[in-house]
Design a protein around this ligand. Structure first.
Ligand code: FE2
Length: 421
């Protein structure tokens, strides 16, 4: 007897299997005939572990237009706008926006999110708000918080002290932003300092590293060196790495093996990188995405992150990681069949690896968190970004949606149209 039986689905690896759930765990996977409290018919649908976002800014989300829109569209104006907003937004306002975003996320099957939290201001209201959000959503959504010194670890008098205070308050992961420190030397020193903090506290480390079009920026190599020095390995993630797009090819041929040697992971954020980078170019205009396929060819785990939704940096977004995969596929030119399918893995299993999620997957004993998509395969899921028909978190159905096929009113044509093949 199962509490829930998901019947007839296709798993991301192509297997056809039913999934039996008992309590908050997957009890069995295969051809299952046992009775169940509830049966979900997933015949012909894709059944996958949940979507995962390893890079987000939940303290800023759903604030688009506050205090005004980003007129230049640049990263720098976005940082300036956020600097004003974070000092006028109350804890309650930030909590309300973030919880509303988490509702969107759940409805899209996104059940684990790593969010950076700005630790710059002395009031640390963002940290207080995000810790409260983490507590509220904990029964159904894994939220990891990163102590993120948005204005630079050393660029404000209390930047370092406030980052430590945030970690002491319970923030999970150490952040960083070396390219925003005053000089290359101070950026490098910030990386040495932050790696030590992560190692001493046995925490993960996730750095906004070289989110710049500067081909001479060298913080990625310094980060890789520090990850190797402290043996952080996959506990460390380089977010953005956009300078690698613009770097000299000869130099990158040395850098890629250093990143692989470190064992660190990489999180490009295609929606935001394609929007914010290259803004100082005329033509040709750089894409600003890091070297995704080359990193993967060197054995580096690469996931796709969302970064922003309706905030000072990005005026769109829906909490759908399949939008992120869709954009990443295009910008990184991942059009081979195996690459398209891998783009789905990047927003599910690869991102779960980056976040270090425990018991993630569709094996007996895994947490019973899964999604049923109106698609036949991972590639079709990326192509259609289809409805999430059912979302199950830890053995509970937390979102459902009816299948939504368009009805046609055309003479001599069938009455409805499906986009699936
Ligand atoms: Fe970011």
């Amino acid at each position: 007897m199962f509490d829930i039986l998901v019947k007839g689905g296709t798993l991301p690896d192509g297997r056809q299997a039913d999934i039996g759930i008992r309590g908050d765990r997957i009890a069995a996977v295969g051809r299952l005939e046992a009775a169940a409290g509830r049966v979900i018919d997933a015949t012909g649908d894709l059944v996958s572990p949940p979507l995962v976002d390893p890079h987000f800014h939940m303290d800023a989300t759903l604030s688009y237009g506050l205090p005004r829109v980003n007129a230049s569209g640049t990263l720098i104006e976005g940082i300036g706008l956020w600097g004003e907003l974070r000092d006028i937004a109350t804890v309650d306002e930030m909590v309300e926006r973030a919880v509303r975003y988490c509702d969107w996320a759940v409805s899209m099957g996104l059940l684990a999110i790593r969010t950076h939290v700005d630790t710059t201001p002395d009031h640390l209201r963002g940290v207080e708000a995000m810790l409260e959000v983490k507590r509220r959503v904990a029964p159904y959504l894994d939220l990891q918080l990163v102590a993120f010194p948005q204005d630079g670890l050393y660029r404000t008098p209390t930047g370092r002290e406030n980052l430590i205070r945030a970690l002491d308050m319970g923030v999970d992961v150490v952040g960083g932003i070396p390219h925003f420190e005053r000089t290359m030397e101070e950026g490098a020193e910030s990386l040495r300092d932050l790696a030590r903090i992560a190692a001493e506290r046995v925490l993960m480390w996730d750095v906004h590293c070289d989110e710049t079009d500067d081909p001479m920026s060298r913080h990625v190599e310094t980060m890789a060196r520090e990850v190797t020095r402290h043996g952080l390995g996959a506990r460390a993630a380089g977010s953005h790495l956009t300078s690698m797009h613009s770097m000299d090819n000869y130099y990158v041929s040395k850098l890629l093996p250093l990143i692989a040697e470190a064992g660190m992971t990489a999180i490009p954020n295609p929606l935001i990188n394609i929007t914010l980078q290259g803004r100082h170019d005329s033509y040709p205009k750089r894409r600003g995405l890091t070297r995704v396929k080359e990193l993967m060819a060197h054995g580096v785990t690469v996931g796709w992150g969302q970064d922003c939704v309706l905030d000072p940096w990005y005026s769109l977004g829906t909490a759908d990681m399949l939008d992120v995969a869709f954009m990443g596929l295009h910008v990184a030119q991942m059009t081979h069949p195996a690459e398209m399918a891998h783009c789905f893995n990047m927003v599910t299993a690869e991102n779960a690896k980056i976040m270090g999620l425990k018991d993630y997957g569709l094996e007996p004993g895994s947490l019973a968190s899964l999604i049923v998509l109106d698609a036949g395969s991972p590639t079709e899921a990326v192509r259609l970004r289809p409805d999430r028909l059912a979302v199950i978190s830890r053995g509970k159905v937390v979102a459902e949606r009816a299948r939504n096929d368009a009805r046609l009113g055309l003479p001599g044509r069938p009455g409805s149209v499906r986009r699936r093949v």
